[in-house]
Design a protein around this ligand. Structure first.
Ligand code: ZN
Length: 273
């Protein structure tokens, strides 16, 4: 009897594992050629590669964005499988690692890798990686299987809703990930504003990742105050601030954050129950 109960509980638990691959702004932190106090550099949480996340469920393994640091990030986290890549937008810090996904094509049985992006981002990817889009599949090389995002879609056991975000002249997509009707994760990075629809859809989500570039005003990213306002409205179990510049010292500035709000850092992991 006891054994049956345990087995039943196990079957009902649905896996949703989440990793911050990178928590940094477009230049990364530290910035090339800048000077930092030794205490700042001594804290690994102040070393921020470019922003990206990895999600793993029983049915699907997803990478959101392919940064120039992708190779370092996946080696660091020992990631061996990616079933699909989602793109928020086509700024260099979000797309320039795509060719390194050639290994996932090989690992997946020498097959093209499904990539999901809106029309504009897909056009930019086709231009930058023309050789990969146009050539026939060659073993060992990167080959995408493009899917243009036009609305909500499903991947494995995840339902994914895209939201248009303000992000300078380019714009970007935010994503809400739901699993069996449960709001798991809202990834609202690289944005100046989160729309009322996106805010409402993510209300009381388990985990939200928010762009909080720096304390001072910026035309295409949220400031710390703007991110905290968004966090209050969304009211997630936990809010992670990301796309961070070197204005933040993780340990020094964490003390000023409200309960339930944290600075993201590279390698931060959550297993949602
Ligand atoms: Zn951007």
């Amino acid at each position: 009897m006891w054994k049956e109960i345990v087995i039943e509980a196990k079957q009902k638990s649905v896996k949703f594992d989440f990793t911050i691959l990178g928590s940094g702004t477009s230049q990364g932190v530290p910035i090339i050629g800048a000077e930092y106090p030794p205490e700042f550099l001594a804290n690994p949480k102040n070393h921020r590669t470019r922003s990206s996340i990895y999600i793993e469920t029983e049915e699907i393994r997803i990478l959101v964005d392919t940064t120039p640091d992708l190779r370092t990030q996946v080696l660091r986290e020992n990631i061996r499988h990616v079933d699909a890549v989602l793109f928020t937008h086509s700024h260099a810090d979000h797309v320039m690692g795509l060719d390194d996904c050639r290994r996932f094509c090989a690992i997946n049985g020498h097959k093209p890798l499904p990539i999901y992006a809106n029309e504009k981002t897909m056009r930019d990817l086709e231009r930058v990686y023309r050789y990969a889009f146009e050539s026939p599949f060659i073993r060992g090389y990167f080959k995408p299987e493009p899917h243009v995002i036009e609305g909500a879609f499903s991947l494995g056991d995840l339902q994914i809703t895209p939201f248009k975000q303000e992000h300078g002249s380019m714009g970007s997509l935010g994503f809400l990930f739901e699993q069996n009707g449960q709001k798991r994760l809202a990834y609202y990075n690289d944005c100046k504003k989160i729309s009322p629809e996106a805010t409402l859809a993510a209300e009381r989500v388990q985990l939200v990742v928010l762009d909080a570039l720096r304390p001072m005003e910026h035309p295409s990213h949220m400031t710390l105050d703007e991110a905290l306002t968004a966090a209050r409205r969304i009211c997630a179990d936990e809010s992670l601030l990301s796309h961070l510049t070197d204005f933040y010292d993780h340990d020094r500035d964490s003390k000023d954050l409200p309960d339930g709000v944290l600075f993201a850092y590279d390698g931060l992991k959550r297993s949602l129950a």
